[in-house]
Design a binder for this molecule. Structure first.
Ligand SMILES: Cc1cc2nc3c(=O)[nH]c(=O)nc-3n(C[C@H](O)[C@H](O)[C@H](O)COP(=O)(O)OP(=O)(O)OC[C@H]3O[C@@H](n4cnc5c(N)ncnc54)[C@H](O)[C@@H]3O)c2cc1C
Length: 526
């Protein structure tokens, strides 16, 4: 058994940052353990991320049946490769609202307010459009740029949203998030550029960094209140590594799962499935939050943009990408969007997307021909769910129960119903009104309030943003210390990934996951 200074579990968005930063100290021996392997070509070509779903690089989870969603199990892809979910995400770079981080601070996380986190966001950013700017950084490891390709259908959506009364916003990470425009992406030279490329690859030759892929971590070894090592399977055979610091960066599902498999979590629940309690920590796996989304699809009167591409046009696009790293394959197909408020007195509570192809569930169900899909995504869900152990077997997935639309007041459902109305208003305005032939089934049949609510319950999908299952804080339900990232009550054990968010943010998560990992690396390196 080899001994390291730091073992990092999971080479995802956060794990790659941690490995890159911590191994910069040549005196520190770092081991990075990852269940998956090298990302395939589909993780490099920006347009191809949905094609990775349900393949070997996707954990391909499903939720428990959701009572609020007609008892459907909802699909939750997660990356299983170097770069993790950041190797199959849509690459959108968006920070939360300043009020999100101020709320974190108010929840008992000193130093996490907007004033404090902004400099750290800027330090990791290398913005290729805005350059030096009070709200943007240059020279950081993470390239941020405009989507290199814009589809005609995306422009039509944008102009219709403006015609429907939403203001054009040239920079969602600028002074205000509100309005419609185009998201910036973490791409460079026509390729995905997540934290694997930005932080891990430059560190891979370091002699003090060992990267083990294809190994499944099954348990943390805790002795006398201190985490001293990890157990993992390589080709089904058990191995073990020990270290002074064990850092969980396995994501918002697997980090609480591993804690619970190791006896760290709500003692009663662990005992019920046959795991001996090592450290009773009731908050582990609790407070699960996600961004639920509802879509409407529309057929176009005539071929437009992406939907107009025939077999030959797709072949040309592939050839163009192969030769020059330009053209349609550099698009994430989700760069047109924005943020709107459903009530006059609040900050934007819905994120919108205008996608230039008619589909459901991120292309898993495609309608033939040209058209549009309009998304409304709930930004600050009130529903709270949990990750719990289904069994003591580390090879069994945990139960994922976000309890969508489970909030008592029904605010989550009401906001998504309003999102459907907003999207119909956009579809009926400006150039989309001209281009659209009709709304497609099944949403087309849902017209009154009750019908729209039925559509939301029957077709809500995830935007794939689980968070907060090992949240930072100092209250009895908190799991991680907001300054040191240490698991409360144990020595040598830390968590640094999307699971430590004290509360969901009003944006896609990756930029904030990188912030968490940068801060954890600084804290662990001290
Ligand atoms: C399809 C999709 C699209 C998204 N689009 C965007 C977007 O456009 N913009 C944005 O900001 N966010 C987006 N997100 C969210 C964002 O990518 C994630 O929130 C972020 O990547 C989470 O980072 P993480 O480090 O917490 O976890 P992950 O990146 O998921 O990393 C966890 C890593 O741990 C490994 N692991 C897990 N368990 C074990 C184990 N037992 N042993 C060994 N290794 C293990 C996993 O294989 C994985 O590599 C998207 C997510 C998905 C899934």
């Amino acid at each position: 058994m080899t001994t390291y200074d730091t073992v990092i579990v999971g080479a995802g968005s956060a794990g790659c940052v941690l490995a890159g930063r911590l191994s910069a100290d040549p005196a520190r021996r770092v081991l990075l353990l990852e269940a998956g392997g090298e990302p395939p070509l589909g993780a490099v070509v920006p347009s191809d991320w949905p094609s990775l779903f349900n393949t070997g690089v996707d954990w391909g989870f499903h939720t428990e049946p959701q009572p609020g969603c007609r008892h459907r199990r909802i699909f939750w892809p997660r990356g299983r490769m170097l770069g993790g979910s950041g190797s199959l995400n849509a690459m959108i770079y968006l920070r939360g609202l300043p009020s999100d981080y101020d709320a974190w601070e108010a929840m008992g996380c000193p130093g996490w307010g907007w004033r404090d986190v902004l400099p750290d966001f800027l330090a990791s950013e290398d913005n290729r459009r805005f350059g030096n700017h009070p709200l943007h950084g240059t020279g950081g490891p993470l390239p941020v740029e405009d989507c290199p390709f814009r589809d005609q259908g995306e422009t039509l959506w944008h102009d219709s949203a403006v015609a429907a009364g939403y203001r054009a916003n040239p920079d969602f990470n600028g002074g205000s998030q509100e309005g419609v425009g185009y998201f910036q992406l973490t791409t460079k030279g026509g390729e995905r550029f997540g934290t694997k490329r930005a932080y891990l690859d430059p560190a891979r030759e370091r002699r003090n960094l060992t990267i083990e892929t294809g190994v499944l971590v099954t348990r943390l070894v805790v002795e006398n209140g201190r985490a001293v090592g990890v157990e993992y399977l390589r080709n089904g055979r058990p191995e073990r590594a020990s270290a002074g610091q064990i850092v969980l960066a396995a994501g918002a599902i697997a980090s609480p799962h591993l804690l619970m498999l190791s006896g760290i979590g709500p003692a009663d629940a662990l005992t019920r499935v046959g795991v001996a309690s090592v450290h009773d920590l009731p908050g582990v796996g609790q407070d699960l939050q996600d961004h639920p989304a509802i879509t409407l699809a529309f057929a176009a009167k005539r071929p437009i943009g992406l939907g107009a591409m025939d077999e030959a046009a797709h072949r040309r696009a592939v050839a163009e990408w192969q030769a020059h790293r330009t053209g349609p394959r550099t698009s994430n197909w989700a760069s047109a969007g924005g943020h709107v408020a459903t009530r006059p007195d609040i900050e934007p509570d819905l994120q919108l997307y205008g996608i230039a192809a008619p589909h459901r569930d991120y292309g898993r169900f495609l309608y033939p021909g040209s058209g549009f899909t309009l998304f409304a995504v709930l930004q600050r869900p009130e529903s709270r769910g949990e990750i719990r152990l289904r069994s003591a077997d580390p090879l069994a997935a945990p139960a994922i129960d976000p309890r969508y639309l489970g909030d008592e007041g029904g605010r989550d459902l009401a906001t998504l119903v309003e999102g459907v109305r907003i999207n119909r208003a956009i579809a009926a305005a400006g150039p989309l009104a001209e281009a659209i032939a009709h709304e497609l089934s099944p949403s087309a049949e849902c017209l009154d309030e009750a019908g729209i609510a039925r559509h939301v319950r029957g077709h809500l999908a995830s935007l794939y943003h689980p968070s907060s299952t090992c949240r930072m804080g100092t209250d009895p339900g908190a799991v991680v210390d907001p300054r040191s990232f240490a698991v409360h009550g144990l020595d040598g054990l830390f968590v640094a990934d999307a699971s430590v968010f004290p509360r969901m943010i009003s944006a896609n998560l990756n930029a904030t996951v990188i912030l968490v990992a940068e801060r954890a690396a600084a804290a662990l390196g001290r």
